[in-house]
Ligand binder design. Sequence first.
Ligand code: ARG
Length: 253
Amino acid sequence: MKKMMKKFALTVACVMTVAMFAACGGKDEKADTITFGTNAEFPPFEFVAANGVIGEYDGIDMAIAKQIGDEIGKTAQIENMEFDSLLLALQNGQVDAVIAGMTIDPERAEEVNFSVPYYTAKQVMIVKEDSSIAKATDMADKKIVVIQGYTGESCVKEMGYPYEAFKKGSEAIMELVNGKCDVVVIDSATAQKYVGDNEGLKIVEDAEAFSSEEYGIAVNKKNTELLEQINEVLNKMIADGTINELSAKYSEQ
Ligand code: ARG
């Protein structure tokens, strides 16, 4: 008897769930949206702005995310979190994809799948205009600042120099502006932005010390269908010049 009651209750619960979905137009909200994880602390790729391309989020990556949503018939949504948490959020299913100026590297590629590369970058050094740093080895006896979890941190670590890691690029730049460190190692386009926005700074490049990096969109290894869809849109945006246009537009701003 008890068993039958349980079965009945279960059936009622099931019917009600189905009815609830039907009442909402039969739409499961998840099916209509694509959620991108990012860390909106990385201009010109992602930053918070009054009138962003997706809500308060703007930048090259955000415009790409918006277009991916449009082309696959879903509304693109952004979940902003710490850079370090992004790949975990992807693996947990909290986000569908990660678009965050993220460099495709073998370690990360063990955890997630990467799209085709859509942007080439490299690490550079930001220093005060009167700095004597002219190449990477000049950092040896200097106070170096990096951003936690960024590829710049791995580069400096590999060189064997001591450094301090900050959570945000803007915090690292403040350290430099205030004379509390000598050099910040970060991605080229973001460095350009910071140097443009702050007086008295310059960029020093060292092509021998820092090899080029490519940004890709990360997708859960199980979600090969989404990866294919994303690659299709990216390939189109690369071929028709949209990505170049977006890069130019957001770099000038
Ligand atoms: N390209 C670097 C990396 O992959 C930095 C990316 C930082 N991106 C961000 N949205 N905060 O580690």
